[in-house]
Design a protein around this ligand. Structure first.
Ligand code: BG6
Ligand code: MG
Length: 216
């Protein structure tokens, strides 16, 4: 039996579904630049940093920009995104997410957030979940994007737990890889055919329990 000491949660796609807001903002930017951006293409951006997301979109549109222009475009998109997440409510928490994080805490398991998003705090405040995490590692605290394990290793370090005693919850392929690269167990949120490297794949945190953690 494994003694799990900490659970580290990705935010977008695990705790909340912000992909729709990212999509609306990126689509608006693409349209302003004169091309379209589909929901299928939006899948390519899951777990990907803001700068890298912009590069993927410019590539789709066949558009070349200077570094200074890219910065301005990413800022423009983020302003629209921040406006949308600023109106988020606690009822946008994905089913079972808050309950499972609380169940971990009740069982003496430490909890951390491990997200690429620089907007993590805004979202956690809007959904009233800031106090449910012992450590919050977001895009402002890391320099290497997933699949680099930096975000999760920093989480483990802040919690004072060794990576082997941690379980990561992730919906993105790059995130699952990051957890594996960090020597952690990983529960995929989504499809088993997509998140092939995970120890277990569930459709959402409503399917999780503390007992299932011990079986990983
Ligand atoms: C990740 C999302 O959590 O955060 C990506 O899955 C997003 O789609 C990335 O690009 C960065 O987010 P932000 O809020 O810093 O632009
Ligand atoms: Mg995610």
């Amino acid at each position: 039996m494994n003694q799990i000491k900490a659970c580290i949660f990705d935010l977008d796609g695990v705790i909340v579904d912000t992909a729709v807001y990212h999509y609306k903002a990126w689509k608006r930017l693409a349209n302003e630049l004169g091309f379209d951006f589909t929901e299928e293409q939006n899948e390519l951006l899951k777990g990907v940093s803001r700068v890298r997301s912009l590069e993927i979109i410019l590539n789709i549109g066949g558009v070349t920009k200077t570094d200074a222009e890219k910065e301005e475009l990413a800022t423009r998109k983020n302003t629209w995104y921040v406006d949308m997440i600023g109106r988020m409510k606690p009822d946008e928490i994905l089913p079972g997410a808050k309950e499972f994080v609380q169940a971990c805490r009740d069982a003496g398991i430490k909890t951390a957030l491990g997200s690429a998003s620089k907007n993590s705090m805004t979202i956690l405040e809007k959904i009233n979940m800031v106090n449910l995490f012992d450590a919050i590692i977001d895009g402002n605290k890391v320099s290497k994007a997933k699949p680099d394990p930096e975000v999760f290793l920093k989480g483990a370090e802040e919690l004072g737990v060794t990576p082997a005693d941690c379980v990561v919850f992730e919906d993105a392929i790059a995130g699952v890889e990051a957890a594996i690269n960090g020597g952690m167990k990983v529960v995929g949120i989504g499809s088993p055919t997509v998140l092939t490297g995970a120890n277990l794949v569930v459709s959402g945190l409503s399917e999780m329990s503390v007992v299932k953690l011990e079986e990983l």
